[in-house]
Design a protein around this ligand. Structure first.
Ligand SMILES: *Cc1c(COP(=O)(O)O)cnc(C)c1O
Length: 244
């Protein structure tokens, strides 16, 4: 849940964002150039869970164009107050909550079952819209994490790309937690990048495979160096979270 903050605390959080945002942009630009790209080639998604709406709006006014929430309830509590921005859903999603996202989420990044993809498609068609999706891959094969297994993702992407109402855009992953920054995770990032390239090579119908959404606060530079083109950053922008 979003924390309840005093006016002073909110102002302090805005200043924290301002300082952090500069550093994050610098690091993204640096990693982009080192990987033979430009900063414009990398999309920054601000992961805004637990962040107060007024701080999110300050971030949007400062240049953030894309935000991600990972709980439907929390998103709905903020939605009406948010300034215009592109919204992606990035958390675990039950099929009975898909209805709240259709028409609001430009992209649902955390599709981890065929059933979920079908429900997103069904409700999108019903609402005369299209929803972009990413397939989440459980790259570390962790029991605690959602996502398709790496070895099944190609087959599933074929099946999913044929569902009406959705457009498959690529792959998303949350690699295992590493203590020493992102260096150890580079091997996972390389594996995810290989899956992304293989997915692109399949020439799937109704799909534009252009998004590899990998890299969070502790490892976004390494993720970019290994080919990521969308990083999802929370605490490195907004400061440490008290709740999850
Ligand atoms: C919270 C969250 C992030 C951002 O995490 P940080 O470590 O704070 O950058 C990214 N992706 C997902 C799916 C998240 O839930």
């Amino acid at each position: 849940m979003t924390e309840k903050l005093s006016h002073e605390e909110i102002e302090a959080k805005k200043r924290t964002f301002d300082e952090n945002y500069k550093k994050v942009l610098y690091n993204i630009g640096d990693a982009a150039v080192k990987s033979g790209r430009r900063i414009e080639d990398i999309r920054l998604l601000a992961a805004t869970k637990t962040v107060d709406v007024s701080v999110i709006n300050h971030a949007i006014e400062s240049g953030i164009k894309l935000i991600g929430e990972n709980r439907v309830q929390e998103y709905l509590s903020k939605k009406d107050e948010l300034l215009p921005c592109e919204f992606h859903f990035i958390g675990r999603l039950q099929t009975n909550k898909v209805k709240y996202l259709i028409g609001n989420a430009v992209m649902i990044q955390s599709v981890d079952t065929i059933k979920l993809a079908q429900e997103i498609g069904r409700l999108s068609v019903k609402n005369n819209t299209n929803t972009d999706i990413l397939l989440e891959v459980n790259i570390g094969k962790e029991e605690s994490k959602a996502g398709f297994m790496p070895e099944e993702i190609m087959e599933k992407s074929h099946e999913i790309s044929e569902i009406e109402g959705i457009r498959l855009r690529g792959i998303m992953a949350i690699p295992p937690v590493c203590e020493d920054g992102g260096e150890k995770n580079r091997e996972y990032f390389r594996k995810i990048h290989k899956l992304f390239v293989d997915m692109q090579a399949q020439k799937l119908d109704n799909s534009i495979i252009d998004t590899m959404s990998v890299g969070m606060s502790d490892d976004y530079a390494e993720a970019i160096l290994e080919g990521s083109n969308m990083v999802r950053i929370g605490s490195a922008l907004f400061g440490k979270r008290i709740y999850f």
